[in-house]
Design a protein around this ligand. Structure first.
Ligand SMILES: *Cc1c(COP(=O)(O)O)cnc(C)c1O
Length: 345
């Protein structure tokens, strides 16, 4: 069969040749002793780019979020997150297991919570109530199909959090996609969060790794939490070297992935029965409704797998397709062609 076109996630991207070379050449040391120069360079770069005091390199985005929650909260606290947030949906109950906190969800529109709803969810200082100690935002918002949380929304939530003495953590797994879509420096986004987690291993193509950035004291606690979770890595410079290429080079090419997503969305929207809300195609994801085509999302994914196009389903009648560095514009054309063929359109 022809080449398989993998649109399951931007996590499937392979390290670039430049990354491989940087990894081979990386100067390393024992990072648990703080002696890996390449990790130190990556952490300094990540802190500088996001306008934070310090950063710590972690193996995954999930660990990045979890060490952040561990560092900001105490057992019995409550944290506010959007109802479809990755932290709530896909981190295996980590906040309960690791931090002993409970989650209060607030519904959002395309991932953005109404600041009034957030404020209403903050607990009063009352003997009966848990303490609200953290608000988590997610930009771009994964479950809503990569939608960008507007800056004024982040600002409003950040300001009310500060009025209440509450910290804000940004799950910025794809925050560079958000910055690209908004046409702003990433600092314009991260300024509205006390801490941020961002992935090097998604659209930025590094094989492994995320960074957690924030105030130095917070990062020290997050580093300790990383150790508790067994995430203290030794000669991690071989991984950090790819992360440096990810930050210096790959953050600049994400616009291309967004163009590919628009092209894919336009091509699929023209197929009778498939439903796409073009307003939500803001970054590198396309959510495709399948109900009108009379097919379940899971069935559609299985059908297209047989035609060499891979993607995941998200709800009963919705699939998610993600563009990235390892699919070209010609692959997008080919994917559209194969979908047409498979649906007999
Ligand atoms: C992927 C993702 C994560 C987790 O990253 P992993 O490296 O897969 O653990 C966290 N938050 C969001 C929004 C994500 O998309």
């Amino acid at each position: 069969m022809n080449k398989v076109i993998d649109l399951r996630s931007d996590t499937v991207t392979k390290p670039t040749p430049e990354m491989r070379e940087a990894m081979a050449r990386a100067e390393v040391g024992d990072d648990v002793y703080g002696e890996d120069p390449t990790v130190n360079r990556l952490e300094a770069l990540g802190a500088e780019m996001t306008g934070k005091e310090a950063a710590v390199f972690v193996p995954t985005g999930t660990m990045g979020n979890q060490v952040s929650i561990m560092a900001w909260t105490q057992r019995g606290d409550e944290i506010i997150v959007e109802s479809n947030a990755h932290i709530f949906m896909f981190e295996a109950g980590g906040p309960a297991v690791l931090s002993g906190v409970q989650i209060r969800t607030v519904p959002g529109f395309r991932g953005a919570m109404d600041p009034e709803d957030v404020e209403a969810a903050i607990r009063p200082k009352d003997l009966h109530c848990p303490r609200t100690s953290l608000i988590c935002l997610e930009n771009t918002h994964n479950r809503s199909g990569g939608c960008v949380i507007p800056l004024d929304n982040m600002k409003a939530i950040y300001e009310l959090a500060k009025q209440h003495g509450i910290n804000v953590h940004l799950d910025g797994a794809r925050v560079f996609n958000a910055a690209t879509a908004l046409g702003v420096d990433v600092k314009q986004i991260t300024r509205y969060a006390d801490s941020v987690q961002f992935c090097l291993s998604k659209g930025l193509c590094a094989p492994v790794g995320s960074l957690v950035a924030g105030p130095k004291e917070f990062v020290d606690r997050a580093r300790k939490a990383r150790k508790i979770l067994g995430g203290g890595m030794r000669q991690a410079g071989v991984l950090a070297a790819a992360g440096i290429v990810a930050l210096e080079k790959m953050t600049k090419r994400l616009g291309e992935d967004h163009e590919k997503a628009r092209k894919l969305a336009q091509g699929l929207a023209a197929i009778p029965g498939l439903e796409i809300d073009m307003d939500t195609v803001q970054t590198n994801m396309v959510m495709v409704g399948t109900k009108g085509a009379g097919i379940d999302a899971a069935e559609f994914a299985a059908l297209m797998k047989r035609h060499g196009v891979l993607f995941n389903w998200s709800t009963r009648y919705k699939v998610r397709m993600v563009t990235h560095n390892d699919v070209g514009f010609d692959d997008i054309d080919e994917a559209i062609r194969r979908v047409k063929e498979a649906l007999g359109a």
